[in-house]
Design a protein around this ligand. Structure first.
Ligand SMILES: Cc1cc2nc3c(=O)[nH]c(=O)nc-3n(C[C@H](O)[C@H](O)[C@H](O)COP(=O)(O)OP(=O)(O)OC[C@H]3O[C@@H](n4cnc5c(N)ncnc54)[C@H](O)[C@@H]3O)c2cc1C
Length: 540
């Protein structure tokens, strides 16, 4: 069976009669407890008639269900009872109204790369945004209208071919809004700031099913919140984003592989490159992004990790060379370079659709830290720990310790108070992803290693409060470390929650107000992994 239902709207009368939520009036107020376990088939027959012709509803017995729910990282998984795919923006308010009225938890998803543990609290209806994939460049060439389900690869390619670029995450397979609602880190931030800095307007469906437009002039406080804490407030059905002339025809890239004896030299050169975190005048926006990892390359060594590093420059090799001289001076096992159009940069720097990074189905137990400079001693400790753990657990061979250094000019140029994204002062983003085939017997060791690595990074930066980029959060970090320590930030966000989502229906992605859903599976998942106490200590 290809799908449970493909719906045709047969009669306006029928539509009207079904326009509000449950088909039976909820007279006794018990719908939330009596109807929240509706079978997908019932939902299909009740909700389907309200939706446009190309919508789909899939239940677990449908062959499409597996494709729609497969996750990048199965370590912390939301429990999906059914998948509803809106085919038009107008379908989304109806889906949200129906789910709300029937007490069915709902969660919008695009590319299913969400990795935070809080997603495992979810047990309900996945609103699969993937059919909302329009990319329409506006006639003035200054903005584009994008559907709520678009993702990085499609945006990069479509805009580039038309002569434009816009901000997105750096990895081709990842959605646009998943990253952008948490700020969004990417290769163009030296020019245009974090991804959400390019938002002009968002069309949002609120928890009560109302569709509103949010911008600098309409619901400006909510617009502020959507740029950094947006997962907490609504379903974005489409958005208008600034676009920019694409500039050069090709970008230059260079990758290096170094053995561990070069570690100190590499991080010293990197600190000099970004001027110990003071990027201005040193780390040009053209030198857009460099990132590296500790990784195992068995053809080089089966017992010692190597240091992989990749640089990308918006321009020619000749222009980039002065910035790379210091790295060229460190003897590498191998290097590779070339010039390619911007949409091909992910493919040559390890973040493309076909890269190992985009493989679905492996556990990636992760913890992040936001930094300003590399503490070289710490980087050595983390490297030694990496080798030690892989020797002890060969199953963790695919683990990477990742270090990202974004050009920062465009991020610094924006007043930090103008959005909910709180970490404009942290140029360096690091995280470990302990990677292995799902195997519960290894989970505890994976978590312990990932935590130890994050703790080393933080201990090596004693002058900084620990920060967590919300999209890299493990999920047990404090709300302050994700949304900012300045008290006004969380106060403002919580005030907006009371106004726009008083029942806390958007509470599954690093919530500002922790989830209190009695159907939550989060507690038991965490208890199973022996970190329950921490998961509930999130600031409230
Ligand atoms: C391999 C990999 C590479 C990454 N690279 C980057 C990167 O370069 N830059 C960066 O900033 N982050 C990056 N991330 C982190 C990324 O931002 C998050 O994992 C993000 O949640 C993924 O979004 P998604 O659409 O792919 O996943 P999904 O799981 O589909 O979405 C994640 C969450 O976003 C929300 N959401 C998605 N769509 C909508 C919508 N239309 N309306 C409302 N809410 C919505 C929901 O809360 C959902 O739970 C990466 C993650 C991975 C796994």
């Amino acid at each position: 069976m290809a799908r449970l239902h493909r719906f045709a709207v047969s009669s306006a009368l029928l539509l009207q009669s079904l326009a509000f939520a449950s088909p039976e009036p909820c007279l006794n107020g018990l719908c939330h407890s009596t109807r929240n376990r509706l079978a997908s088939r019932t939902v299909a027959s009740e909700l389907g008639l309200q939706l446009s012709a190309n919508c789909n509803v899939y239940g677990p017995d449908d062959t499409q269900f597996g494709n729609c729910t497969a996750r990048y990282d199965p370590f912390f998984t939301p429990k999906i009872q059914m998948v509803v795919q809106p085919a038009t923006e107008e379908d989304v308010p109806k889906i949200v109204q129906y789910a709300s009225a029937n007490g069915i938890p709902f969660l919008a998803m695009a590319r299913r790369h969400g990795m935070t543990s809080t997603l495992s609290e979810f047990d309900g209806m996945q609103i699969d945004m993937s059919l909302l994939d329009k990319i329409e460049i506006q006639p003035d060439g200054k903005s584009a209208i994008l559907g709520g389900g678009v993702f990085a690869k499609n945006i990069m390619e479509k805009l580039w071919d038309a002569g434009y670029v816009t901000s997105s995450g750096s990895t081709s397979c990842v959605g646009l809004l998943g990253p952008a609602l948490g700020g969004g880190r990417g290769r163009l931030e030296g020019y245009y700031g974090v991804v959400s800095d390019s938002f002009l307007k968002l069309n949002v469906v609120l928890a009560n099913g109302t569709a509103i437009t949010v911008s600098e002039t309409e619901h400006p406080d909510l617009f502020w919140a959507m740029k950094g804490a947006g997962h907490n407030f609504g379903v974005v059905t489409s958005l208008e984003m600034k676009i920019y002339p694409r500039g050069v025809d090709t970008w230059y890239y260079k990758t290096y592989i170094w053995t561990q004896d070069k570690l100190e030299a590499v991080f010293e050169a990197s600190n000099a490159f970004h001027n110990d975190g003071n990027h201005a005048g040193h780390h040009l926006k053209e030198m857009a992004f460099n990132m590296g990892s500790y990784t195992m390359i068995p053809s080089i060594s089966e017992t010692e990790g190597v240091i992989f590093w990749s640089f990308v420059y918006r321009g020619s090799k000749e222009e980039a060379q002065p910035y790379l001289d210091a790295f060229d001076a460190i003897e590498a096992v191998s290097t590779e370079d070339g010039n390619v159009p911007y949409p091909e940069i992910p493919g040559v720097s390890g973040t493309g659709m076909n890269s190992a990074l985009c493989d679905y189905g492996l556990n990636h137990v992760h913890y992040p830290a936001g930094l300003k400079v590399w503490n070289v001693t710490t980087q050595r400790q983390i490297y030694d720990l990496y080798n030690e753990k892989i020797r002890e657990y060969p199953e963790f061979q695919r683990t990477t310790v990742n270090m990202e250094d974004y050009s920062h000019e465009g991020v610094d140029a924006i007043d930090p108070d103008t959005s909910a994204y709180p970490w404009r002062d942290r140029g360096l983003l690091s995280f470990i992803a302990v990677t292995y085939d799902p195997n519960p017997a290894l989970d505890e060791a994976a978590i312990a290693w990932a935590q130890e690595t994050r703790d080393l990074w933080n201990a090596g930066a004693p002058d900084l409060l620990p920060s967590t980029y919300v999209n890299y959060a493990h999920g047990d970090e404090s709300a302050e470390s994700m949304y900012g320590y300045e008290p006004w930030r969380l106060e403002k966000l919580r005030g907006l929650k009371a106004q726009y989502d008083p029942d806390n229906l958007f509470s599954y992605y690093n919530p500002i107000i922790p989830n209190m859903n009695p159907r939550s599976t989060h507690e038991s998942n965490f208890q199973g992994r022996q970190i329950g106490a921490k998961s509930r200590s999130r600031g409230q």
